[in-house]
Design a protein around this ligand. Sequence first.
Ligand code: IMP
Length: 181
Amino acid sequence: MAIQFVTGNEGKVREARTYLEGIDAVEQVSYAYTEVQSDDLGEIAARGAEEAFDGLGSENPVLVDDSGLFVDALGGFPGPYSAYVEDTVGVERLWRLAEGEENRRAHFRTVLAYCDGERTETFVGSVGGTLVAPRGEGGFGYDPIFEYNGRTLAEMDTDEKNAISHRGRALAAFAEWLADV
Ligand code: IMP
């Protein structure tokens, strides 16, 4: 049995394979599921996984990943709207919004939703850090403005980032659960 990871991002699939090594094959599939309007990443991911499972018409289970950056001083903004905000306002301007705040704490969160037609399970991973002026060339998205233990995620190599990242932690929880079912 293979798991169908619904994503356009090959990097996410590669990362999933490293966590699920020896358990299952992970296949990258495209499916444009509806992103429901919700403040809750878990609901967005779970509904997406159920729709993709039905729409893909395969017996193989489906995995969907939804992530976001939550800034404490901005009431959790951009949260579930992180992709939209990155595309419109951009990372640099989000930093400028946070720059004037005394509290620059933020966290990334990923929810992975698994659906096999009988059950839908979600797995959460998060990492806390501090927003800083952009530094570093690696990573993607908000990585240059998110500092963890003195370095931005864009200053870490992929393995270092995966070891502490929200997505890595959600994948680890999923892998542990999957090993027991
Ligand atoms: P997605 O749900 O993983 O596609 O991500 C939603 C938004 O959060 C996009 O704007 C991504 O660039 C951003 N994002 C997700 N994960 C990360 C990360 O690990 N580092 C930086 N930005 C991220």
